[in-house]
Design a protein around this ligand. Sequence first.
Ligand code: NDP
Ligand code: MG
Length: 387
Amino acid sequence: MKKIVILGSTGSIGTQTLDIAAKMKNIISVEGLSAHSNLTLLKEQIKKFKPKAACVNAPSDFKELKKWSAANKIKTVFYCGRAGLEKIASLPQADTVISSVVGSAGLKPVLRAINAGKNIAIANKEAIVMAGRKIMELARKKKVSVLPVDSEHSAVFQCLCGEKKSQVKKILLTASGGPFYKYAGDFSKISVEQALDHPTWKMGRKITVDSATLMNKGLEAIEACVLFDIPIEKIEIVIHPQSIVHSMVEYIDGSVIAQLSNPDMRLPIQYALTYPDRTFSPVKSLDFAKAAKLEFYSPDFTKFPCLKLAYSAAKKGFTMPAVMSAANEEAVYLFLDGKIKFTDIAFIVGKTMKAHKIVKTDNIDDYVQADVWARQYAKRLIIKHTI
Ligand code: NDP
Ligand code: MG
């Protein structure tokens, strides 16, 4: 029996993980859940999965949950806030934590989970970009695994199985290109609605905007460097609009190994939970005769400056990726709130990175500090320019 905790159970990855858990009741038991604000959905999940513990952010929601559970004779123990999330992440009954909260808020809980000896299935890429080397170092020390949930990284992980890392020539990360890859209009006029209209994946709002700016692929390039301990120079991005080839690895002999499937996040989530085994999944088989064509293009770094910024952050290293990601988070939410233009996202990230004095450090607190500084700087920039 795999005993899991899902951090961010009310999100896109969280709900799909529960979908898998419901189908695999005989091998997966849900021990802990966390939501940030979606109390209604959390209550439904608690009724269905009866976890030992659950967490929400606001004290008022916590009180409401306690009242509701007493009235409904529910035995789940409740926690709240950041401390509560860390409690859930280190729940004694669990052996595996699925980290699917969005943003750098996921860093501390994941470190806490590793410290408590839990294996990690990680979707929360912002935590890896912010302080991934610390996460991996701690995981090695604690002898726990950190398995990728992101579809590209799950693909790379599968393409690397049984191979020698020293013989990897490069990793080819595929990208759908988002809704604007072929867009010829004015990028500054792109609306929130347009940016949220992703052609192949249905995901949370933040990652959907990141996919539209291609920052998502930049974050993923850094994520790949960390998870597979490979330099950024060996990571190449390939636009592949069909999202069938989820990524590839080229070896020194010129062989390229790829992982393919219909686009469905339940596949990489499930693989992270069942590895090294594979089990039946609801994902439809690929019909190659019907797949028509698979296209591949080079990305346009000028049209999508976030990609250039991410490669630059990766090369600079230390606190720069944390700064980039934090400034991006702030900018994306301002865009979603209708306060800035689509093109302001890259502008804010670029300006914040330019102002940052890199701290050559190994201390986790410096990464947290860099994140805080970047958010403040990005917000000040917005006020100054009154975008
Ligand atoms: P969603 O926005 O759909 O869900 C985010 C989850 O995190 C929700 O449960 C939300 O709670 C919770 N949450 C939000 N803010 C906080 C916070 N400050 N502290 C704690 N919990 C919080 O996001 P996704 O599921 O799409 O993405 C989750 C992560 O996985 C991201 O890092 C994303 O980049 C990554 N990822 C997602 C993919 C996808 O297909 N969706 C694919 C690959 C990676 P509530 O809803 O209750 O407010
Ligand atoms: Mg991805």
